[in-house]
Write a protein that binds this ligand. Structure first.
Ligand code: ADP
Ligand code: MG
Length: 475
């Protein structure tokens, strides 16, 4: 009997093997064991309920075709779910195929244990709208090493990432922990490593997951009584990338399960890659034993990119988008957005959008407007005194003249510009600006701001003043 089951299953396998990627075959079909064959019903043993669910979710059609080729139209597949890992505390269960009417395959007369018809464990990797090909590793191919600009700020992390990608699990960088502030490229590098590994070692199972999603899956698995399947699934992975592990802080259950998974992977020479917004020493509410694991390998910091790197990043993105932008504007952006590459990109995208949709030309004034939105709260505030000095010297006046009661046109304009910049660049109220710039009232300041706005729109010479002063005041 057993022999026949094996023959049938082997024939199924050779058909399946020809129809899916080798890695998927290795992961999802090699672990299956044929158990017995009774008439047209083949029983196979699968390692976990999760495994069974995954097969149903992804390979049902293939299995159906393979089985029908062997056993005819009445073919039935029965899963014997056996837990083999040490966490198992449930006895083997049997589930008959098909177990749900989503995948109808001659379901007459098939009884299905209640527990499984509830489909308690949902495949954690099915994200609506994402194609199944991408489900496997969750990697974003747009984040690769090729488009990750190298600079002093990221050299260590980048080279460590490349080293790991060349020899996953085979370097002393295990785990590789990449840490640094927001928008500095942690997620980018994490994906890049995975993408590179998939490229070099297509047979390896790579999985990218955010720690929030990991936590969610874990919580669900506890709720649904599938903790073992959850662990089992993660233990099968060759390269596990967990993004933003700081979010595990305070979540002791998730940390505990991650600790076990980590140990298993590490012991088996599998690669673990982590990212965090903090260095391990600064992580709070993370268990000591987990922290000490994080320190086993290499912690590489992503620092704030220097000016040259920021220019290179901007140029690279402009080049990619086929957009020409004057060098002084690129420099302006790079000088003013210092601590976050995502914001650097954000400014570029807004610039391009403004330029193409609103037919505005690239200008320093436009750049300033956009930059301001991004750095509203982070920029140091200039003082009203400083603004008056800069404006006065630009027009070759002294501050006393700027503040005087004179109605000479060029002095009035200078004064209005000073008020305009004071409003734009400080948090001072209209009244306070007025009192500091020649003891005027708030209505005068308001009028000045409107006048400057109007003139900027209509008067080319005046617009030049605004641009020049913007540069002087912000550089
Ligand atoms: P983090 O995960 O650290 O918050 P991300 O990896 O999401 O940051 O990076 C933010 C954005 O900046 C991404 O679009 C990324 O591609 C880009 N980026 C960061 N560093 C670089 C770099 N050195 N070269 C090119 N792009 C970069
Ligand atoms: Mg990130």
């Amino acid at each position: 009997m057993t022999k026949i089951a094996e023959t049938v299953w082997n024939d199924c396998l050779s058909f399946i093997k020809d129809n899916i990627k080798p890695q998927a075959y290795k992961t999802w079909f090699e672990p299956i064991k044929p158990v017995k064959l009774e008439r047209d019903a083949l029983t196979v043993q699968v390692p976990s309920k999760f495994f069974y669910e995954w097969l149903e979710e992804h390979y049902i059609k293939l299995l159906r075709v393979a089985l029908m080729k062997q056993l005819g139209d009445g073919a039935k597949l029965i899963y014997d779910v056996k837990m083999e890992n040490s966490y198992s505390n449930t006895s083997p269960q049997t589930v008959k195929f098909p177990s749900s009417n989503r995948n109808p395959l001659n379901s007459q007369g098939v009884t299905v244990p209640l527990e499984l018809t509830k489909r308690a464990l949902h495949n954690p990797f099915v994200i609506p709208g994402i194609q199944k090909v991408k489900i496997e590793s969750q990697l974003n191919p747009n984040y690769n090493f090729e488009n990750f600009i190298e600079g002093d700020s990221n050299r260590l992390a980048r080279s460590a990432g490349i080293a790991v990608a060349n020899k996953p699990g085979g370097t002393s960088f295990n785990p590789l922990l990449i840490y640094g502030g927001v928008g500095l490229g942690k997620t980018h590098i994490a994906h890049a490593i995975g993408v590179e590994i998939k490229d070099k070692y297509p047979e390896k199972t790579v999985l990218y997951i955010s720690s929030e999603k990991f936590t969610q899956q874990y919580t669900d698995s506890v709720k649904n009584n599938n903790r073992n399947d959850f662990i089992h699934f993660y233990q099968m992975i060759d390269v596990l990338i967990v993004d933003d592990v700081q979010f595990l802080s305070g979540k002791t259950g998730t940390q505990d399960v991650f600790f076990h998974i980590f140990n298993h992977l590490h012991q088996n020479g599998k690669q673990v890659i982590l990212t965090s917004d903090k260095a391990p020493v600064d992580m709070q509410d993370i268990e000591q034993r987990l922290l000490s694991r994080f320190k086993w390998g290499l912690s590489a910091e992503l620092q704030v990119p220097d000016y040259e790197t920021r220019i290179a990043i901007l140029q690279r993105k402009l080049f990619r988008d086929g957009v020409d932008m004057p060098a002084d504007i690129i420099e302006y952006i790079a000088k003013n957005i210092k601590s976050n590459v995502r914001e650097l990109e954000g400014v570029l995208i807004s610039m391009i959008a403004q330029a193409s949709f609103n037919r505005k030309e690239f200008s320093i004034a436009l750049a300033k407007q956009i930059v301001d939105k991004f750095v509203k709260f982070t920029k140091r505030e200039v003082s009203i005194d400083y603004i008056q000095k800069v404006v006065s010297s630009y027009f070759d006046l002294d501050v006393a003249t700027l503040q005087s009661k004179t109605r000479k046109r060029h002095i009035v304009q200078a004064r209005q510009l000073a008020m305009f910049f004071a409003k734009r660049m400080t948090k001072a109220s209209l009244a306070s600006i007025g009192s500091q710039i020649g003891k005027r009232d708030h209505a005068t300041v308001l009028h000045a701001c409107k006048t400057v706005d109007n003139l900027t729109e209509t008067d080319k010479q005046f617009r030049k003043y605004v641009e020049d002063l913007t540069k002087k005041l912000t550089f």
